[in-house]
Design a protein around this ligand. Structure first.
Ligand code: G16
Length: 549
């Protein structure tokens, strides 16, 4: 068995000492205060290298971002060869490696991985990496590069990019020159692929007379979407707001997809009118939500569930019109999906719906079981995946009427405009705009598919969120023992009540979700459950949920 230079490891590892903290690869990688991450990112560089060697030199991606979190946080997400999230069993290796206390333990764990996973260290390793706009990114990139030096990985720096652009590039690099070639592995290649497909989708249709106001959460989406606009030409009119990437305190602050979804209101300071339509990205542009103001000024949210419904409706109709009904369409959601959306998908669209735990990795995996799998989290994170056989059917279908020819052309363009590697706010925005343009729909017409049940999401800060254990796609708590019974007893008192509690994998909080028949009952249910969680075993350590005092 080939070995590696332990002196080199020790010298590099000494530059990145582990703090007295326990790390865990969470919902979307490691994520916490940036000043704790140096050793974690260094070691993530080693994990990415080993993963590439294990996969015969396939390119692995490393994205330095904390997405929807505020700027003092940062993190790293590792990307597998087809652009999907890192395989689950390797998350555990990343966690173990990040928690090795000494250089000796680190070297021993690398040896263990090499021998148990049968990794040939003489194989090449190739990695590509990028980062968002956070000021801590530069120093963390330096740590990552030191990680690559341990086992001699060849690395490519894509600079400041969105998370989905990195996922796209990974897939392009690994499929270049093969029948599955995904595109040019550059940001320009990405813009061109998406913009060309979008132009096909809206060809011959009048453009909306209203403007799309795009809130970029003061994150990387702002300069990058600006960069894409010339590729779109006059096919789409967009006004970008919240584009200050210089003052990092503004990142995701009172703006962005997470704020709009959880607060159920537009970004602070944005004056909304009923003529325009609005969309928000999150800090690394992998989430998208839409919204509009009704004539009476009421804020109306079109979240990930609404986007899934729109996309599924359009795809199902195109599949029928194209005469390729043998292509199955399915939708994947999480427990956060609004009950009304699930009902709409099952009863109106007659489409199978699966429910999986939070995290794009779980949804993506499940969506791949369908020929065409539409997956979205309510928070706006999602995409559509086409199986190789569905793509073959779509690309070899022969038209027997002009209507069929149109449907086939649109399906082909849809498979190009959609970033099939991961949820992508740019690509999802073009998907939504294409469907609205095709249908000549306003957001209000889109919204009429179904009416959301009132819902509320509350964060509770506790001393140790790791004591909260869930089952049944996170809909039930098994630990702390007794808490679920107490939740059930409260839920029973509310008409149409539904609530669940789960630990976040990206923030140091426990999340409480509630739905009920009316807004006031929903709020009361949410805050009663939040108060229960806060009080349980005296675990509450942050502010007591205010409304429950
Ligand atoms: C990440 C994941 C999403 C998940 C979100 C919140 O999003 O990619 O799948 O829904 O975290 O997860 P949790 O509730 O566990 O904190 P992002 O946009 O922050 O990368």
């Amino acid at each position: 068995m080939a070995t590696f230079n332990v002196d080199n490891l020790n010298a590099l590892s000494d530059l990145h000492p582990k703090p007295d903290t326990t790390f865990a690869y969470g919902t979307a990688g490691f994520r916490m205060k940036a000043n704790l991450l140096d050793s974690v990112i260094f070691r993530a560089g080693i994990v990415a290298t080993l993963r590439s060697k294990k996969l015969d030199g396939k390119v692995i991606g490393c994205m330095i971002t904390a997405s929807h979190n505020a700027a003092p946080d940062n993190g790293v997400k590792l990307v597998d060869p087809m652009g999907e999230m890192l395989e689950g069993s390797w998350e555990a290796h990343a966690t173990t490696m990040s928690n090795c206390e000494t250089n000796e333990q680190l070297a021993a764990y690398i040896h263990t991985m090499v021998s148990t996973l049968n990794i040939d260290l003489t194989k090449p390793a190739r990695v590509v990496f990028g980062r968002d706009t956070r000021p801590s990114g530069d120093a963390l990139v330096a740590a990552l590069k030191d990680g690559f030096k341990v086992l001699d990985a060849e690395s490519t720096d894509m600079g400041i990019i969105t998370t989905p652009q990195l996922h796209y590039a990974v897939r392009c690099l690994n499929t270049q020159g093969t029948p599955e070639a995904y595109g040019e592995p550059t940001v320009e290649g990405y813009y061109k692929k998406l913009a060309d497909a979008f132009k096909v989708l809206v060809e011959g249709k009048p453009r909306s007379s209203s403007t799309l106001i795009l809130d970029c959460a003061n994150g990387v989406g702002a300069p990058k979407f600006q960069e894409m606009l010339p590729f779109l030409g006059d096919s789409l009119a967009v006004k970008i707001v919240n584009d200050d990437i210089v003052d990092d305190t503004k990142l995701n602050l009172n703006s962005g997809a997470d704020y709009v979804k959880t607060q159920q209101r537009g970004p602070l300071g944005l004056k909304m009118n009923s003529q325009d339509r609005y969309a928000s990205f999150d800090g690394d542009a992998d989430r998208l939500v839409y919204y509009y103001a009704d004539e009476d000024g009421t804020f109306k949210l079109l979240d990930g569930d609404k986007i899934a419904g729109l996309a599924a409706m359009f795809i199902i109709e195109l599949v029928k019109a194209a005469g390729i009904d043998n292509v199955s369409v399915g939708v994947v959601q999480t427990a956060y999906a609004n009950g009304a959306s699930t009902q709409y998908l099952r009863s109106n669209l007659n489409v199978p719906v699966s429910c999986v735990p939070t995290g794009v990795k779980h949804l993506h995996h499940e969506a791949m079981k369908y020929d065409v799998g539409v997956y979205f989290e309510a928070n706006g994170h999602g995409t559509v995946v086409f199986s190789p056989s569905a793509l073959k059917t779509i690309y070899t279908a022969e038209e027997s009427s002009p209507a069929q020819a149109v449907a086939i052309r649109l399906l082909r363009a849809l498979s190009e405009v959609i970033n099939q590697t991961v949820g992508d706010a740019f690509s999802d925005l073009l998907l939504v705009e294409a469907i609205l343009t095709q249908r000549q729909w306003t957001p209000k017409i889109w919204d009429q598919a179904y009416t959301d049940l009132p819902n509320r999401l509350v964060k509770v800060v506790v001393q140790d969120r790791s004591i909260f254990k869930t089952v049944d796609a996170e809909r039930k708590l098994v630990e702390p023992v007794g808490l679920q019974d107490a939740i059930d007893a409260i839920v029973l008192k509310f008409r149409g009540g539904r609530s669940f509690v789960r630990p976040s994998g990206t923030e140091d909080v426990v999340r409480v979700y509630a739905e009920a028949a009316t807004r006031s009952e929903t709020d009361e249910l949410a805050y009663r459950i939040a108060g229960l969680v806060f009080n349980f075993n005296s675990n509450g350590s942050g502010p007591r949920p205010r409304e429950f005092l």
